[in-house]
Design a protein around this ligand. Structure first.
Ligand SMILES: *Cc1c(COP(=O)(O)O)cnc(C)c1O
Length: 456
């Protein structure tokens, strides 16, 4: 059979509230043309993020009922720890309330002011946590990543030659860790090859530098390796995951992504001294080391989700549905990042709206128009998000202006995705009428969350 189907039936549903264009115009004006300020119930298809928005299984909900809410040493903790150790293979597991809490602990324990932390591409909270302790977050994406339309299998890879140059320039002592983000979220959800993981690890260890994986989408990445990298076709995703993490000294994970949890995260390490320091800090802000800011039931849901996301029928459906969206848009000549990444489609808004200057925010303009057209919410990844230097206040066009449409896991069916495709095709038909935007007011940091816009 060629038709890929959702590998589940639906037991519980959540109604979608439909809105008219007139209503959406009003909601958007009230929100200052910022889609983060909308009420979620006024959105028909919500592709703002795949984080914490997944549908849990009957098994995960059942596990939540078994949650042990004891303060210390709860059964839930032991089930969680065993699942993480089994899948990732690290001895020390630190639970946190989400990924960025793990990042903050990590940054505080490992990084001193002036130190440099390279990554294929830092996720924005990773970067912010490194900078908050005075470190320098350095992106070293592979050259293929900068050509948005180039068909290459592993555009999430790190530039190993650039990493080598960086180490010889600043010295290994100034690099507290080398990181690698799988899949490369800020780089379009593109996968990282096993060869690249191995090479980064080898270089790190040659210089005595710890190697940590930002592993939020580890299962999607492993599935891409199975599909695209020679020698891995016959291996199970479980085995591929084991190999990926065997090269690392630890990992940072947001359980809100691949693990289907609505909240949660963790940090793993092989270093007992680092683990001890992490735990001391954990108690200060997150909680006791056997719950780390999570309820026992959350730990149980994550323990189940971590195994479910390794199911290859699920991963096939997951990757297929993202690919379907990207392929259909490409067939309509709509500029999208190719090939499809794991969790989202990225439309190249500069090419979609060539009459709108980067400083008139084509990504945001497209996000606004798509909401008006059909109630679909995506997110700008471009000049609104990255254009202002927080230190100097100077504004410049970001490298790209994209509209990201992230797909929540197991939430929408193929007909929902077809609705999104039709909506984008309609906007494409009248794209020359879409107007640019200006910022009316903005906060000093992370302006994309709360800036107000108006049409030019
Ligand atoms: C989401 C994400 C994080 C942060 O996790 P939160 O749970 O949102 O705090 C870190 N790194 C990557 C690659 C992510 O996608």
């Amino acid at each position: 059979m060629k038709t890929a189907i959702e590998p589940f039936r639906i037991k519980t549903i959540e109604p979608i509230q439909f809105t008219t264009r007139l209503e959406r115009e009003r909601y958007l004006q009230e929100a200052g043309l910022n889609l983060f300020s909308l009420r979620a119930e006024d959105v028909i298809i919500d592709l703002l993020t795949d984080s914490g928005t997944s549908a849990m299984s009957a098994q995960a909900w059942a596990a939540m009922m078994q949650g042990d809410e004891s303060y210390a040493g709860a059964r839930s903790w032991y089930r969680f720890e065993a699942a993480v150790q089994d899948i990732f293979g690290f001895p020390y597991v630190i639970p946190t309330h989400q990924g960025r809490a793990a990042e903050r602990l990590f940054a505080n324990v490992l990084i001193k002011p002036g130190m440099v932390v390279p990554n294929n591409t830092h996720f924005d909270t990773t970067r912010a946590n490194i900078e908050a302790v005075g470190g320098k977050a350095m992106d070293l994406p592979c050259p293929e990543a900068s050509d948005l339309a180039l068909e290459a299998p592993f555009k999430g890879d790190m530039d190993i030659a650039a990493l080598e140059r960086l180490i010889s320039e600043v010295g290994a002592m100034q690099i507290p860790a080398i990181m690698l983000t799988v899949t490369n979220n800020s780089g379009g959800g593109q996968p990282v090859s096993m060869a690249n993981i191995r090479a980064a690890s080898k270089l790190a260890h040659l210089h005595g530098i710890p190697f940590y994986i930002d592993a939020c989408r580890f299962a999607e990445n492993a599935y891409f390796i199975k599909q695209r990298e020679a020698g891995y076709e016959e291996m199970s995703v479980r085995e591929i995951v084991r190999e990926m993490f065997a090269y690392a000294d630890g990992c940072l994970v947001s359980a809100k992504k691949d693990a289907f949890a609505n909240i949660g995260g963790f940090l793993c390490t092989r270093d007992d001294r680092v683990a001890e320091q992490l735990r001391s800090l954990l108690i200060l802000s997150e909680g006791f080391p056997t719950y780390g800011g999570l309820a026992g039931r959350d730990l149980d849901a994550i323990a189940v989700g971590l195994y479910e996301c390794l199911d290859e029928n699920y991963l096939n459906y997951r990757i297929h549905s993202t690919q379907h969206l990207v392929d259909k848009l490409h067939e309509l000549d709509i500029p999208v990042i190719r090939p499809a990444g794991g969790h989202a489609a990225y439309i190249d808004a500069r090419r979609f709206l060539p009459h709108i200057e980067p400083l008139q925010y084509p990504g945001q303009a497209l996000a606004v128009e798509l909401y008006l057209e059909a109630g679909v919410r995506g997110v700008e990844v471009g000049t609104v998000m990255f254009g202002r230097d927080v230190h100097t206040g100077i504004e410049r066009p970001a490298k790209w202006d994209l509209l990201r449409l992230a797909i929540p896991r197991r939430v929408y069916t193929q007909s929902h995705i077809d609705y999104v495709i039709e909506a984008i095709a309609q906007v494409w038909q009248h794209r020359d009428r879409v107007r640019g935007l200006k910022i009316v007011s903005e906060p000093p940091y992370l302006r994309h969350f709360s800036a107000y816009f108006s049409f030019i």
